[in-house]
Design a protein around this ligand. Structure first.
Ligand SMILES: Nc1nc2c(ncn2[C@@H]2O[C@H](COP(=O)(O)OP(=O)(O)OP(=O)(O)O)[C@@H](O)[C@H]2O)c(=O)[nH]1
Ligand SMILES: [Mg+2]
Length: 288
């Protein structure tokens, strides 16, 4: 199976990237939203280049879907590699740690204001651009920041189509952007991680392969027990090929087609749904 032929960089992604670059000159802060379950796979390598000379904040969003302590090394990693001026874990869904963000934005606003005042300028504006891959929670985050629903939110990648300026308060504006992916992945694994977490549509990669990759990762992370218990497997199943494990899951859980054939596609959907809904494990799929 090869992923290189798949087109996940369609025309609208190119347009979205152009949109980011066009608006860049008037931006003070780049708020890069990544998915805490895949901090690296969801981080667009182009952004560091794009964001040069701007204040950069990385948001590890959806932190409600991982164990908080798992995020500590990632926060350190982004800072040590100079990928951001600030790294914050939060959840736009539950509101967790949202209060940590505003002081940072206010600080940047005050610094700019001071500089402007020295030059005799009285009106100061700062503009924040929110960037990240599709479905990572950019619009939800903006609604949290401003405390009302101004940005449209939807659980399908590619929900926001065009840019949208929203005022946070006097002098501070925020720009919602469509999600962007990048034309090529360094590693094939990145594509699978994006599929597992729902950043790319389920139709893009064969769903059974995606579920098998998740099974493999859970086994690699010493989490076989979770699979065994949830899907009524046995310890002997652990040594089977992931495709066989998927079949066994379909069998033992009565996910069958007509004639008693295991419905592996449906079983794959169930496994991904369970992971996304926290019915399996709170686990980060990338490793540093
Ligand atoms: N569990 C959880 N879900 C979240 C969080 N933030 C956003 N979501 C959900 O993720 C889905 C996508 O949210 P959006 O804000 O529309 O994502 P987006 O990044 O704007 O997506 P595009 O516009 O497609 O690029 C929605 O179903 C949100 O409810 C979070 O912190 N935790
Ligand atoms: Mg959006």
């Amino acid at each position: 199976m090869s992923m290189t032929k798949i087109n996940w960089y369609p025309g609208h992604m190119k347009k979205a990237k152009d949109l980011i670059e066009e608006n860049l000159p008037i931006i003070d802060i780049i708020l890069e939203v990544v998915d805490a379950r895949i901090p690296l796979s969801s981080k667009n390598p182009d952004i560091s280049k794009i964001a040069k000379n701007k204040k950069r904040i990385i948001i590890l969003n959806k932190s409600d879907l991982v164990e908080k302590k798992q995020l500590l090394p990632w926060k350190a990693y982004f800072k040590e590699n100079n990928m951001a001026d600030e790294v914050l874990e939060l959840s736009a869904e539950t509101g967790f740690n949202m209060s940590a963000l505003n002081p940072f934005i206010d600080k940047i606003y005050c610094e700019k204001k001071e500089k402007y005042l020295k030059r005799g300028l009285k009106t100061v504006n700062i503009r924040i651009m929110v960037v990240g891959i599709p479905n990572v929670g950019k619009s939800r985050l903006i609604n949290r920041i401003i405390g009302r629903n101004s940005a449209a939110v939807g659980n399908i990648p590619g929900f926001t189509k065009g840019k949208q300026w929203i005022k946070i308060k006097d002098g501070i504006e925020i720009l919602d952007m469509p999600g962007i992916l990048w034309p090529k992945f360094q590693k094939e694994e990145v594509g699978y991680n994006l599929a597992i977490t729902g950043a790319i549509k389920d139709e893009i990669l064969p769903i059974e392969d995606v579920a098998c990759m998740l099974i493999k990762k859970l086994i690699d992370f010493q989490m076989w027990d979770v699979l065994e218990k949830k899907y009524k497997l046995t310890s002997e199943d652990k040594d089977k090929l992931t495709g066989e494990i998927l079949e066994k899951i379909a069998f033992t859980n009565n996910i069958l087609k007509k004639g008693g054939v295991p419905h592996t596609e449906q079983a794959a959907r169930n496994i991904l749904r369970d992971y996304r809904n926290l019915k399996l494990a709170k686990v980060i799929l990338d490793i540093i």
